[in-house]
Design a protein around this ligand. Structure first.
Ligand SMILES: Nc1ncnc2c1ncn2[C@@H]1O[C@H](COP(=O)(O)OP(=O)(O)OP(=O)(O)O)[C@@H](O)[C@H]1O
Ligand SMILES: [Mg+2]
Length: 400
């Protein structure tokens, strides 16, 4: 065998193995950020987001949980980075104090600008001359920053000024604009939110070389920040509500995933999938993942597969749902059962309250508020609904 023939053999062998692997791997992803070929549609939102951020427009991106905010953001940041922007992403779920916020902010800005560890100290001296963050190398070799707490105690204002001003100063100095994202922004309320909002506004409003994006799931909290005249963020930017993925686009995406892995999907099945999951991106991908797994031997998905697979999902989720259920007071449980049974319209009407034995209208309001705060229910137009459609299905199956 000549070397050339051998090379060809290796090439073809690798290609066949790759195809086999691609066919074998479940193509549906849930519970993680999806990018690249796992990211469906959102062309318009992506375009709008990128255009606005490039123009330095401040954006508030809001949607219920698991609609795909973080995935949209990551796809936008990826494109913006390729177009020559510095990009910094902060997940406020990872922050439990003001100091932690400043540390993480400093760190993501550092990582956005410098990739070489040996340059970190120089960067810190140049852009954070007063607050002296310490570069700490973690056990996995990744760097993180620590702030000297004493400095913060003495001169908090100076400290956050230096941190908040950093992206603008870096952008000017290096002639490369910055995009900064704060995800799960509603969490700011747990960290002396008002003072932080004021500090941010005072700095950010002068930044002409930075595009800011604030994203979150507690829609009324974030809308209130921007629309309430008493708040520091009043009128600070554009509110962009993120909707579900358009049904037809999602169907094309799902069909592609099935057919590329050798599956055939019976007529109408994709519509049924989108119906039972109410087109929630996370639940759609979850159900498709399980359907793919269930049908992988004969590579056919039919309508008959949906109910047993849904039952398996609910069974798999039951430990989580039972735990959640057991944390709820009786009145909130009754409301959830009533909403699951009725579809959640007119829940403050006398009939609804009487039929479901819910006591006074004021206690219904209190329980609804608490369930919304826990993000178990969401408010729609003229209706309240259970945010997780699988939890809704579980309540209907187990609690009625
Ligand atoms: N554009 C998309 N294409 C395909 N699937 C998507 C898309 N967006 C979201 N999903 C599905 O939804 C899941 C949740 O997405 P993501 O974490 O981005 O949502 P989120 O709105 O940030 O959620 P949370 O509010 O919990 O942070 C993903 O794991 C994926 O299964
Ligand atoms: Mg998210």
């Amino acid at each position: 065998m000549t070397f050339y023939v051998y090379l060809r053999y290796v090439y073809i062998h690798n290609f066949v193995m790759q195809m086999k692997e691609q066919k074998m791997a479940n193509p549906f992803r849930y519970g993680e950020v999806v990018t690249g070929e796992d990211f469906a549609d959102r062309e318009l939102e992506l375009q709008e987001l990128i255009m606005d951020l490039k123009a330095g427009q401040t954006i508030f991106l809001i949607s219920p949980r698991r609609y795909g905010k973080t995935s949209l953001i990551m796809n936008a940041l990826d494109k913006l980075q390729k177009e020559g922007f510095y990009t910094a992403y902060i997940d406020l779920f990872k922050v439990s104090s003001f100091k932690g916020l400043l540390e993480l902010y400093t760190e993501v800005v550092l990582r956005a600008v410098e990739t070489k560890i040996e340059r970190f100290n120089r960067f810190v001296r140049e852009f954070f001359p007063n607050i002296h963050p310490k570069v700490v190398i973690n056990s996995d070799g990744s760097p993180s920053l620590e702030l000297d707490y004493e400095v913060k105690e003495k001169s908090a204002g100076k400290l956050f000024d230096e941190v908040y001003e950093a992206p603008q100063r870096i952008a000017k100095k290096r002639n490369k604009n910055f995009i900064v994202v704060f995800d799960e922004f509603q969490e700011i309320a747990n960290l002396n939110g008002e003072a932080i909002e004021k500090g941010m506004r005072a700095c950010f409003q002068h930044h002409d070389r930075v595009g800011y994006l604030f994203a979150g799931s507690r829609r009324h909290i974030i809308s209130d920040m921007v629309t309430n005249k008493q708040r520091a963020f009043y009128n600070m930017g554009k509110v962009m509500p993120l909707d579900k993925i358009p049904r037809e686009e999602f169907k094309i995406f799902l069909e592609g995933k099935f057919t590329r892995t050798g599956f055939s999907v019976a007529e109408g099945v994709l519509d049924e999938i989108l119906d039972v999951t109410e087109n929630y991106p996370y639940n759609v991908q979850f159900l498709c993942h399980e359907l793919w797994h269930n049908c992988k031997d004969n590579r056919k998905v039919s309508s008959d597969d949906i109910t047993p697979v849904m039952n398996r999902i609910l069974y798999g989720q039951s430990a989580v749902y039972v735990t959640l259920w057991n944390t709820l007071p009786r009145h909130q449980k009754r409301i959830l059962v009533a909403i699951a049974a009725s579809g959640g319209e007119n829940i403050f009407s006398k009939d609804f309250i009487r039929d479901n034995d819910l006591g006074a209208a004021s206690s219904v309001q209190t329980s609804i508020n608490l369930l919304m705060k826990k993000e178990i229910i969401e408010k729609g137009i003229g209706t309240y609904y259970i945010a997780d459609v699988f939890f809704d299905a579980w309540i209907r199956k187990e609690m009625m």
